[in-house]
Design a protein around this ligand. Sequence first.
Ligand code: ATP
Length: 266
Amino acid sequence: GGDEDEERDGPTGVAYEDIGGLDEELDLVREMIELPLSEPEVFAHLGVDPPKGVLLHGPPGTGKTLIAKAVATEVDATFITVSGPEIMSKYKGESEEKLREKFEEARENAPAIVFFDEIDSIAGKRDDGGDVENRVVGQLLSLMDGLAARGDVIVIGATNRVDSLDPALRRGGRFDREIEIGVPNEQGRREILEVHTRRMPLAEGVDVDRLAARTHGFVGADLESLTKEAAMTALRRARRGGSGEKIEFSELEVTREDFEAAMASV
Ligand code: ATP
């Protein structure tokens, strides 16, 4: 509805209610990030430095990006994404320049979150990397060190392979907090399925609990695909059954059989 859509605006369009499971992980992230962004003065008052960087690590599709975006929404922070392909350039100095621009943009629009997707692809161990990689890691280190202790710019890195990051990045004053975002258990899967079926017209007989029990090993992204595929199956069924052009969608529901078909195909 309209009200809900308004709430969902914000810098990223993702809210805490869009995240299934991960309650404890989310609490940790909120504790580390919300306060420095919204009330940086508290840290100065206490005489401690606020965290500058947080690493979210775990398998692909588990919600790392979602968490970062939802925190930005909550504190109304500017959300700036940095991705490997966008930054990495073979032209000397260009990657570093782009990184500096991202941090500059963050400072100018603070409070801000700078989010590095797959940070291992741009900040791997310098011993293993080529020239560009080494320079980018060096630049990132100096940009993070240069972040004033004000706390209103926070860097979040997401990675599937935390061990392949350059160790200097994981030291104090840089990414010194690490939170593991793991594969969801049954309860987590149930909550994720609830998020993704929230707006779906589900037929009686669709049993989300049972689906959660049967999707061992699925991560959030897989569960999202499953619900989308079920919806598409319902749509195809309606088009086949219909007499012609127009789908009678007031009667269109996603059924248990649609989910069965989706289970077989994803
Ligand atoms: P990657 O390492 O591949 O970037 P990621 O951990 O950042 O993965 P997201 O981009 O956050 O994963 O998740 C991809 C999509 O999967 C999301 O847009 C969302 O639809 C769904 N998803 C993943 N995890 C969850 C979750 N915990 N709750 C609800 N949806 C989820």
